[in-house]
Design a protein around this ligand. Structure first.
Ligand code: ADP
Ligand code: MG
Length: 255
């Protein structure tokens, strides 16, 4: 047990986050917390800062104001970014899944999954392969271990990408529009895998335009617009009785 973390329960804690690209402020005054096993869905118009926010959480973007702690690690302290060396430990604990899958095309499905655990964590190959096959089973693709990603559908690729992220045994999973690149008939199989993960108690932060999924699976829905959090609350509140006009107008565009 790490006594240093005993007092801080939250998996992700953000206070007063500010991020600019040049003179363009893309995130400001972001206060945000994710508790263990919570599923938080982030919604909002294109360009509102959702991806940048996710990328700030594991130090892929340099923030210039505020504080971020994730999985017990400091990422930004009062506007000061932690050095890269300190961020490496954090990044092994934060799983990320992107719209574009980003599988290695020259590696088999199983090798895609075992690469990080064997290379970064020193897990013996045999053990990594056993775990990889278990994870493939979890995402319904145990029969695809030996094929190359190029032979898979988009939905299958994304399920492999999820299995690959899980292989590092992350404490939290970040998803950035995981189904946006998929043909409509393949969206459901990916959402189902995510729903199963949520049911197992995985802590998840998900940017998505799938409002039905948000309504059903989210504990908290966060609405972003123009770099700020407009409002946040349980899906029943956000979708049925939003407090903010900007939330209502965004939801209108989703109908
Ligand atoms: P979202 O994911 O909600 O669509 P983004 O986080 O991608 O929004 O972008 C938020 C704003 O930041 C947009 O105005 C976008 O053009 C800008 N932006 C994002 N990435 C960069 C970058 N690397 N350089 C400059 N501007 C960027
Ligand atoms: Mg985005």
């Amino acid at each position: 047990m790490n006594l240093n973390n005993a007092g801080s329960q939250a998996i992700i804690e953000v206070k007063g986050l500010k991020k600019s690209f040049g003179s363009h402020v893309v995130l400001q005054n972001i206060d945000f917390t994710v508790q263990p096993s919570q599923v938080v869905v982030v919604i909002g118009p294109s360009g509102s800062g959702k991806s940048t926010f996710l990328r700030c959480l594991n130090g892929l973007e340099t923030a210039e104001g505020g504080t971020i702690r994730a999985c017990g690690h400091a990422v930004v302290e009062q506007g000061k970014m932690m050095p890269e060396a300190k961020l490496d430990a954090l990044r092994t604990e934060v799983g990320m899944v992107f719209q574009s899958f980003n599988l290695f095309p020259h590696l088999s499905v199983l090798d895609n999954i075992t690469l990080a655990p064997t290379a970064l964590r020193g897990v013996p190959r045999k053990q990594a392969e056993e775990q990889g096959r278990q994870l493939l089973k979890k995402v319904g693709l145990e029969h695809k271990a030996d094929v190359y990603p190029g032979t898979l559908s988009g939905g299958q690729k994304q399920r492999v990408a999820i299995a690959r992220a899980l292989a590092m045994e992350p404490k939290v999973m970040l998803f950035d529009e995981p189904t946006s690149a998929l043909d409509p008939e393949l969206v459901g199989e990916v959402l189902q895998v995510m729903q199963n993960l949520a049911a197992e108690g995985m802590t998840m932060l998900i940017v998505t335009h799938e409002m039905g999924f948000a309504r059903e699976v989210a504990d908290v829905v966060v609405v972003m617009d123009q770099g700020s959090i407009v409002e946040a609350g349980p899906p029943a509140q956000i979708f049925t009785a939003p407090k903010e006009a900007r939330t209502r107008s965004f939801l209108q565009t989703m109908l």
